[in-house]
Write a protein that binds this ligand. Structure first.
Ligand code: A2P
Length: 331
């Protein structure tokens, strides 16, 4: 299954997209072009990744070279934590469209449910003398969503969605929305399968996109060095015996098994790679079908909450925000 249809707009979302978090712009620009040449048609980025301009340059070159047209592509980007308020939506979206050199994005997500005060000169969060992020306690999802709906009406956004929201937060938006959330992007991999949240999404026709589908092996050294994460927080999913056994059975790599496991369950995956062989391999998922026994072996790897890698506590003080998603939400 190479595409999933989004329920309200019938847009076709490719089930494999290229993730771009932690890809440096000068490395990423030629990689995007290469990925498009290999057949990628779905690119996932965010204001916070600081690489929208590089993606825009690569896509423009690909189109100018006559390789394809804008409507062949599915481009996702995200409203940042510093812009998470109705009054900032248009400012950020317009800047992002300019950086991406496109008239519209196929999917625009609110990146995280909480908001930080913005230094409007640098467009970065304000941080106090103790290193705490200045929380914007006024975050109002319903007001922000209404503004996003206006942007969809005016054609700047084709589909709206959420990222890193919990079920109660999604439900509150769902109830008030005219344009319902079409996609939820969350951390999801063999050790953190989010079955309850996925059930909710299925019931509400929300497509789930898995970030860190390989367990984000490339982020490990950064998080251990910069944020003093314990190395054990990052699992080595590629060497898990069950994954290796199934890979051997199908003549695939462990990464392909981890990705196929999700795609076979109608989950969109956005593995990041800047390496040509791995880019190619990560798309090559559709010529085999795992049996229910294979699937069950992988389903049993789930560690529930213990499997979560990314909780955003590296943003000092974020757990005090009323919309911090990973505990009971204070209202
Ligand atoms: P690289 O860019 O050198 O290929 P995730 O998407 O879970 O965050 O994982 C991304 C990380 O996984 C990157 O560090 C990437 O490194 C690595 N990676 C991507 N594809 C593969 C693959 N097929 N096999 C092994 N590692 C991979």
């Amino acid at each position: 299954m190479k595409f999933i249809k989004l329920s309200q707009t019938d847009a076709l979302m490719p089930t494999v997209g290229l993730g771009t978090w932690q890809a440096e712009p000068d490395v990423l620009q030629p990689v995007i072009y290469e990925a498009l040449e290999l057949g990628y048609r779905h690119i996932d980025t965010a204001f916070n990744y600081n690489n929208e301009e590089a993606i825009g340059n690569a896509v423009k070159k690909w189109i100018d070279d006559g390789k394809g047209v804008r409507s062949d592509l599915f481009i996702t980007t995200k409203l940042p934590h510093v812009g998470n308020r109705a009054s900032d939506v248009e400012k950020f979206l317009n800047l992002q469209l300019k950086r991406l050199q496109t008239a519209y994005v196929d999917l625009y997500l609110i990146h995280v449910p909480f908001g930080f005060n913005c230094d409007h000169t640098t467009l970065t969060p304000k941080v106090d003398a103790d290193g705490n992020y200045e929380l914007d306690m006024e975050t109002d999802h319903i007001a922000t969503w209404k503004k996003l709906e206006d942007c969809q009406k005016s054609g700047l956004i084709r589909n709206l969605g959420l990222s890193n929201f919990n079920e109660a937060q999604i439900q509150a938006i769902w109830e008030s929305a005219t344009f319902k959330p079409q996609v939820l992007q969350v951390e999801l991999h063999a050790y953190f399968q989010q079955q309850e949240l996925r059930n909710y999404c299925t019931e509400h026709d929300i497509v789930v996109t898995a970030y860190a589908p390989l367990g984000s092996p490339g982020a490990k050294s950064h998080f251990v060095n910069k944020y003093k994460y314990s190395p054990g927080v990052f699992p080595d999913l590629l060497t898990v015996p069950e994954v290796v056994t199934i890979a051997k059975k199908f003549g695939k790599t462990p990464a392909q098994i981890l990705l196929h496991f999700l795609v076979q369950q109608k989950i969109v995956v956005i593995p990041k790679s800047t390496n040509k062989e791995r880019l190619q391999a990560n798309m090559d998922l559709y010529d085999f079908e795992m049996t229910q026994d294979d699937m069950n072996l992988l389903i049993r790897l789930d560690k529930g909450e213990k499997g979560r890698i990314f909780n955003f506590l590296f943003w000092k003080g974020v757990e005090n925000h009323p919309e911090y998603p990973f505990k009971e939400v204070k209202k």
